[in-house]
Design a protein. Structure first.
Length: 249
């Protein structure tokens, strides 16, 4: 679909709680069949929910399926992942979060040598199983929708180690609410990694900037670096009270 139209629809939904196919067709001066095709793509990406001819944004606690998110903004995520992998140095001990951008990062790490990786993501571990890297999968209770391991066992295990870097995924980074994510259980694991890491890098494609999800992860002061896409709205960036390093790739 037209990327400009997708963004406009999302902007409109932030102003109004719901919109109809007819309203959108009239607003954009296009046929309803075109609107329905656009909306089907947005539903597939997990950007909106659709019911009886009306669309709305997902609730803060509704997490799009992993496969839906993997397809959304794939090129942006790959660009972020490629840059981030280049920052990892030989001999480092790093921690990987869960999420689709992190999965892309795991693919990029396949070309690295002599790096130790800790993760609680089956997705990332499955990718890195093809490498010669030292890989540790942190145990815990399986969260099946995300294929992540969470809970007190996970947090207790993390507390026994120290990490050079933690690469953290987010569902949103907003001026008012900070870095947020969908799952309380996963946020607790993220916090454990943040506490034990010398350097924390948040990976957020440009669609995450300005967005808010269910649970606040940490304070902006806990993050050293945010990596996002060069096409992000710079006026929105200026509103975010983050004093660390922004990287635009």
């Amino acid at each position: 679909m037209n990327n400009g139209r997708e963004k406009a629809i999302l902007d409109m939904l932030h102003q109004k709680s719901s919109l109809s196919v007819e309203q959108l067709a009239e607003h954009f001066k296009i046929a309803e069949v075109t609107v329905r095709r656009d909306l089907a793509e947005m539903v597939q990406k997990g950007l909106i929910i659709r019911k009886r001819g009306w669309i709305s944004l997902p609730g803060l606690g509704i997490e799009p399926l992993f496969n839906q998110r993997m397809k959304a903004n794939a090129e942006l995520k790959h660009t972020i992942a490629a840059y981030t992998a280049d920052q990892v140095c030989e001999g480092e001990v790093i921690a990987l979060d869960v999420g689709t951008t992190i999965a892309e990062l795991a693919k990029e790490l396949l070309r690295k040598k002599n790096v130790t990786v800790f993760t609680y993501s089956f997705q990332a571990a499955g990718i890195l199983a093809q490498s010669n890297l030292n890989l540790y999968l942190v145990g815990g209770n399986l969260r099946k929708t995300e294929m992540s391991l969470v809970g007190s066992i996970t947090r207790d295990t993390i507390s026994k180690f120290h990490f050079d870097r933690f690469f953290m995924g987010v569902a949103g980074i907003s001026p008012d609410h900070g870095p947020t994510d969908f799952s309380l259980e996963e946020v607790e694991v993220k916090r454990a990694f943040v506490e034990r890491s010398r350097h924390v890098t948040a990976l957020a494609d440009s669609t995450k900037i300005g967005a808010t999800s269910l649970v606040k992860i940490c304070e902006f002061s806990d993050i050293d670096e945010i990596v996002t896409n060069d096409g992000v709205d710079k006026s929105l960036i200026k509103q975010i009270p983050f004093s660390g390093r922004w990287v635009f790739v």
